[in-house]
Design a protein around this ligand. Structure first.
Ligand SMILES: Cc1cc2nc3c(=O)[nH]c(=O)nc-3n(C[C@H](O)[C@H](O)[C@H](O)COP(=O)(O)OP(=O)(O)OC[C@H]3O[C@@H](n4cnc5c(N)ncnc54)[C@H](O)[C@@H]3O)c2cc1C
Length: 371
């Protein structure tokens, strides 16, 4: 019997959707790349973040808010199934500003989005100056001007999220194949067959969740797969006692005590390396935020590539020329994981992706083949 679904890519997007489909009783096979393949899911900052999302596409802001609201239940459910604590906190967060001009521009953007979009008037946020912020961020440095606070933001351990998704998928019977890179996918009247050096795998429908791999796998199936790499670099300090400070995109203290620093977007092609110049810049910024970090030792740094679409919003596409083939690409897969595991999996399962989430198709990039 062929499986109901083949999912190509076992990052946080593929595994969240695999989990959602398996939860709905579907049979799912996941084919994943090698350990050294590009994996944003293993190099990200772990923020479950709403602020600033969808500034150019209010529907993306809606999805982010919706997913953030669904996260507490999602995290609890995964922990119940697997015993893995995701270190999730729905604590609120602060996006820092370093001068008055940045503070003004941020508030103008947020007002334009949140106040002017009826579905987003429930979004709560406020601008707090440095003194007011010191309550949430004790020890904040003099170089910080202020920041926007929102109670919808939060944080998790993204590696534990991924591990919990794998574990939950295994308990639900998902057939996961690591180190099985797909070299091509064939469509036939009965479904799809994916070929890899490890063999061929068939299913009625196929979902691409291959991160940057969508660029080559998607077009032959009539899907745009329009993504490009944007590098981030991340630093981690030695561990410190818990400070109770809220997370910020610039830096956050993890549950184990280290500060995770990194908020850069770099055009570096497929280079996942780190550079001394950026490490230096990130370190300086961290010390501006919390001057005491000048004494902190850095214990780790890494580079990772974001899966970026042309407008930064998610790409959820259903093929018109190969019905039953889908592509999912997004650059906030941690935030959106709760949505992916529920509504997105349901929309695909019931074959209503194009109807419900057509705004996110490749058609917005003039790729008329996808709905
Ligand atoms: C530095 C950085 C910080 C970030 N911070 C955040 C954050 O704080 N919050 C947030 O929400 N998001 C964040 N993100 C984004 C988030 O990490 C990504 O949106 C998410 O990980 C994308 O997941 P994915 O599964 O689509 O891609 P990936 O994690 O890249 O996974 C793709 C998978 O597909 C497999 N694959 C590729 N080609 C093939 C093939 N041919 N055959 C089989 N398998 C294949 C790969 O092996 C890989 O496992 C950040 C990203 C970066 C880089």
């Amino acid at each position: 019997m062929p499986q109901d679904f083949l999912i190509i890519g076992g990052g946080v997007v593929g595994m969240a959707v695999a989990y959602g489909l398996a939860r709905r009783g579907r049979s799912v096979t996941v084919l994943d790349g090698h350990d050294d393949s590009l994996r944003a899911s293993r190099g990200n900052a772990g923020l479950v973040w709403v602020q600033g999302k969808g500034l150019a596409m209010p529907r993306y802001a809606e999805l982010s808010l919706h997913s953030s609201m669904a996260w507490p239940e999602f995290a609890e459910e995964l922990t119940k199934r697997t015993g893995i604590d995701l270190e999730y906190e729905h604590c609120g967060g602060v996006d820092l500003c370093f001068d008055a001009k940045e503070a003004q521009a941020r508030q103008t953007e947020y007002r334009a989005l949140y106040a002017a979009t009826p579905s987003l008037t429930a979004v709560r946020w406020e601008y707090l100056d440095r003194e007011a912020l010191r309550e949430q961020l004790p020890g904040l440095g003099e170089r910080v001007h202020g920041g926007t606070f929102s109670p919808h933001d939060g944080q998790c351990n993204p590696l534990y999220l991924l591990r919990a998704l794998y574990a939950a998928c295994l308990t639900l019977g998902v057939d996961y194949h690591p180190a099985t890179p797909v070299t091509g996918i064939e469509a036939s009247t009965t479904g799809f067959t994916a070929h890899s050096p490890q063999g061929s795998f068939s299913a009625e429908r196929v979902i691409l969740a291959a991160g940057l791999g969508a660029r080559t796998l998607a077009p032959p199936l009539g899907l745009s797969g329009q993504v490009h790499p944007v590098r981030g670099q991340v630093l981690v300090t030695e561990r410190f006692p818990p400070s109770g400070r809220l997370p910020t995109p610039q830096l956050r203290q993890t549950a184990s005590g280290g500060y995770l620093i990194g908020d850069v977007l770099e055009d570096a092609g497929y280079d996942t390396g780190v550079t001394l110049e950026t490490i230096h810049r990130l370190g300086q910024r961290a010390v501006q935020i919390y001057p005491e970090l000048a004494q902190a030792r850095l214990v780790r740094s890494w580079g990772a590539l974001r899966v970026m679409t042309p407008d930064g919003s998610p790409l959820y596409e259903a093929s018109r020329s190969c019905p039953g083939a889908y592509n999912l690409s997004c650059h906030s897969g941690i935030t959106l994981a709760a949505f992916h595991a529920r509504e997105l999996a349901e929309a695909i399962d019931t074959d209503r992706l194009a109807t419900i989430h057509g705004d996110f198709s490749g058609a917005r990039f003039d790729v008329q083949a996808t709905g």
